[in-house]
Design a protein around this ligand. Structure first.
Ligand SMILES: Cc1cc2nc3c(=O)[nH]c(=O)nc-3n(C[C@H](O)[C@H](O)[C@H](O)COP(=O)(O)OP(=O)(O)OC[C@H]3O[C@@H](n4cnc5c(N)ncnc54)[C@H](O)[C@@H]3O)c2cc1C
Length: 391
């Protein structure tokens, strides 16, 4: 058993800022955040799940303040056009599975997620917590048992939180490769200016196209957008063409991002915890990135409430995070398994490993007992049933 007094968080992207805000507001740990000079956050990740507002509340932030500072808008769900012969499938956040309530009629003040400008989110949080957290600009080179060596500093701590994104600087091991369970591994991201009020939707669009799918996330002053595809099947140049044609040349392309889908079986190992992209990444189809990072920070605080950590704390943390990753992977894979498109990526999508929930919930579409959702779940029965009933 070891007492936790000092925590070092490495990174300056959304996951570092969300984790720092939550831990600093809910513990007495002395926190130092180290981000490399200039910082290089990934700069995507703008649609949230339902845990975003409660999490921000628990960080002590005022709703109206962050809502305005992050150029936020309400997200009532996700629309999936073109995935099946039904043309459109909804994943509404609060629709009762028996009802087909049009999404525009939802009460936007309850039970919704948000679209946020992720760069503004990190900036807002940093400004709000700078009086209680030490921020250092330096490049971390490596971590030894109880310190991180940076270019200009050596900083000691009891726990190190690795929020260095795909680089995963402090925590390189235990990766589970998901390339047989998920199909996409590349995205081209960009911004689009609004042309009319109709485009200011209260939901995300994930539209299936020939080589993958295109997201549209309407924040207040622009649409965040990107095309997601498999680089073995489609080249970056071909995908960029599909993307710009889709937007009729309106899109300003910002960057191409590639990854191998993965998660870490032991995100908490010894005294290092991987949170955010360094803990894993599932393609962004169901907006799980920020939600998983928030869950990581939350579980760390809850499980170390005593101010101590031991082996069982790590084991419990790892099994909880694994279960959140696993259900997210299964839920995303389901979208591909029941697609009805003809192109290569979509044919391969139908051959992914089939999650058992598809048959389970398909047999129980009319049985309300099976819609019960646990608080330890992002995608409980109602999410599966709502999707499957529409296909
Ligand atoms: C295409 C795409 C779309 C996505 N869409 C969504 C979405 O809609 N919703 C959602 O919830 N999630 C989404 N995500 C996930 C989301 O972007 C991430 O979960 C989120 O941005 C958190 O990233 P991060 O902070 O872990 O890593 P990053 O943003 O990559 O931050 C890493 C940080 O580490 C710092 N760093 C690196 N090396 C060092 C070093 N040696 N020393 C010090 N600092 C260092 C960098 O400066 C940077 O600040 C998406 C991801 C992708 C790839």
């Amino acid at each position: 058993m070891k007492e936790i007094k000092k925590v070092v968080i490495v990174g300056g992207g959304s996951s570092a800022m969300l984790a720092t805000a939550f831990i600093s507001n809910n513990t007495n740990y002395e926190i130092t955040v180290i981000d490399k000079p200039g910082g290089s956050p990934i700069g995507v990740g703008e649609a949230t799940l339902l845990n975003f507002k409660p999490f921000m509340d628990s960080c002590g932030f005022n709703f109206k303040e962050w809502f305005d500072a992050c150029d936020a808008t309400y997200k009532t769900g996700i629309l999936f056009p073109g995935w099946t012969s039904k043309k459109e499938v909804w994943h509404p956040f609060i629709m009762h599975p028996y009802e087909n309530t049009p999404i525009e009629n939802f009460d936007k003040n309850n039970d919704n997620g948000f679209h946020i400008d992720c760069i503004k989110l990190a900036k807002f949080i940093k400004e709000k917590i700078k009086h209680k957290v030490t921020f250092i600009e330096d490049t971390v080179q490596f971590q030894s048992e109880n310190y991180v060596q940076c270019e200009n500093n050596k900083i000691y701590a009891d726990v190190f939180i690795d929020c260095t994104g795909f680089k995963s600087l402090l925590h390189q091991t235990d990766k589970v490769d998901l390339s047989k369970r998920l199909i996409c591994d590349t995205a081209i991201a960009g911004h689009v200016e609004y042309e009319n009020e109709e485009e200011k939707r209260k939901y995300v669009i994930c539209e299936a196209v020939s080589c993958g799918w295109i997201w549209k996330i309407p924040v207040r002053h622009r649409i965040g957008t990107g095309i997601v595809f498999n680089r073995r099947i489609t080249s970056v140049e071909e995908a960029a063409m599909v993307f710009t044609n889709h937007w009729k040349d309106r899109v300003k392309i910002r960057k191409t991002i590639d990854w191998t889908p993965y998660y870490k079986l032991k995100p908490w190992k010894n005294n290092v915890i991987a949170i955010g992209l360094s803990a894993g990444f599932i393609e962004p189809l169901e907006s799980t990135g920020l939600a998983l990072a928030m869950e990581g920070a939350y579980q760390f605080v809850v499980l170390t409430e005593s101010g101590y950590m031991k082996q069982s704390t790590r084991s419990l943390y790892n099994s909880i995070l694994t279960s959140f990753f696993e259900e997210s992977i299964d839920f995303v894979a389901m979208h591909y398994l029941i697609n009805e498109r003809k192109e290569k990526i979509w044919q391969e999508g139908r051959r992914l490993k089939k999650p058992i929930q598809i048959d389970y919930y398909n047999k129980r579409l009319k049985d309300p007992l099976h819609y019960k959702d646990s608080q330890y779940s992002f995608f409980g029965g109602s999410n599966w049933v709502t999707w499957l009933r529409q296909t």
